[in-house]
Design a protein around this ligand. Structure first.
Ligand SMILES: Nc1ncnc2c1ncn2[C@@H]1O[C@H](COP(=O)(O)OP(=O)(O)OP(=O)(O)O)[C@@H](O)[C@H]1O
Ligand SMILES: [Mg+2]
Length: 303
């Protein structure tokens, strides 16, 4: 790397630094979200860990962020997958520092889980059931006994009283997920199940996520009805998420603005064809293009 590149990169790092990792989340806290939020607060105050289960894009992570923000504690998270190892959670030793200082606290780089435990923060185990059992087990002692063992330091460390764990995951039948090991499942005592919200609430959430655009109530209803029809159809294996209704609303609004036209059914149909194609998964043997055309004809009479 040239000296110029190094300077440019350091500048980028400096500009992009997030001083406060907690970010305010503007959530529509109604219906199932209000119910879940209140249950999360009760679980927290009762000293019980909480888990959220729900389909793709129904608002689990957004709710966890809001919860962590409102608790006013430091917030750490890991999104689990096969690539996450115990060292991703607990931390590891920097070999060059070990060479200098040996296995000492000075050469230890903590992971988000150990940081949350030692600093008394909130740790979000995002997509918990996409993690390897061996990795999940590395959190058990800290969750139960509130202490953390770092073998190289030959020391047990105590987690601060405020240390708290929340988990979010898709239901077990979804592709890429595993059955949660009973040891971890039993340590999370309050499980809250979310689904896609009813039409009126989804419409509110969609509008809240497009603050810079103005869509007529009729267009909003049409977009939500397209989502509802997709979700109700047996040919759909993975239904459209809230990201899809929000995405369609934003795309339609942006197109209408650029073309300087009013949103009409033709514009909704051509936008929906673009967005829906890869936002849903259909049962094998179902023709996606035809499926989308049928839904659009049913809802807005144009495909
Ligand atoms: N109650 C809500 N109020 C406002 N926006 C919301 C609400 N619920 C969800 N959203 C928005 O919907 C989108 C999807 O939410 P989120 O990412 O939390 O879903 P998720 O359930 O974690 O999805 P995944 O299963 O893919 O991880 C986000 O843009 C989020 O901000
Ligand atoms: Mg999520």
């Amino acid at each position: 790397m040239s000296k110029q590149q190094v300077t440019e990169f350091s500048k980028l790092i400096e500009e992009s630094k997030i001083e406060d990792i907690r970010e305010e989340v503007n959530l529509v806290l109604e219906g199932q979200y209000k119910y879940a939020y209140e249950a999360m607060m009760d679980a927290y105050n009762a000293g019980l860990f909480v888990g959220l289960v729900g389909p793709v894009g129904c608002g689990k992570t957004a709710l966890c962020r809001k919860f962590a923000y409102d608790l006013n504690q430091e917030f750490y998270w890991v999104t689990f997958s096969d690539l996450v190892r115990p060292s991703t959670l607990i931390g590891s030793f920097d070999p060059t520092l070990v060479f200098k200082f040996g296995f000492s606290p000075d050469s230890y780089i903590p992971g988000p889980f150990s940081l949350a435990a030692l600093k008394g923060g909130v740790f979000l185990a995002n997509e918990l059931n996409r993690g390897d059992e061996y990795v999940l087990n590395s959190m058990l002692d800290t969750m139960e006994e509130r202490r953390l063992y770092i073998p190289q330091l030959k020391t047990w460390l105590r987690a601060k009283d405020k240390f708290y764990v929340i988990a979010a995951m898709n239901p077990a039948e979804l592709r890429g997920t595993r059955k949660l090991p009973s040891a971890i499942k039993d340590r999370i005592k309050v499980w809250i199940h979310l689904g896609y919200p009813p039409k009126s609430l989804e419409q509110k959430i969609m509008v809240a996520n497009c603050p810079e655009y103005q869509l007529s109530a009729l267009t909003q209803e049409k977009i939500i009805e397209i989502m509802t029809q997709c979700r109700q159809d047996h040919a759909v294996e993975r239904p459209p998420s809230l990201r899809t209704s929000i995405g369609l609303a934003r795309f339609v609004s942006q197109r209408a603005q650029r073309l300087n036209i009013q949103v009409d059914n033709k514009l909704i149909a051509e936008s929906a064809r673009l967005i829906l194609q890869d936002s849903i998964e259909l049962r094998p043997g179902t023709d996606a293009e035809q499926f989308i055309k049928n839904i659009l004809t049913k809802v807005i009479g144009v495909s």
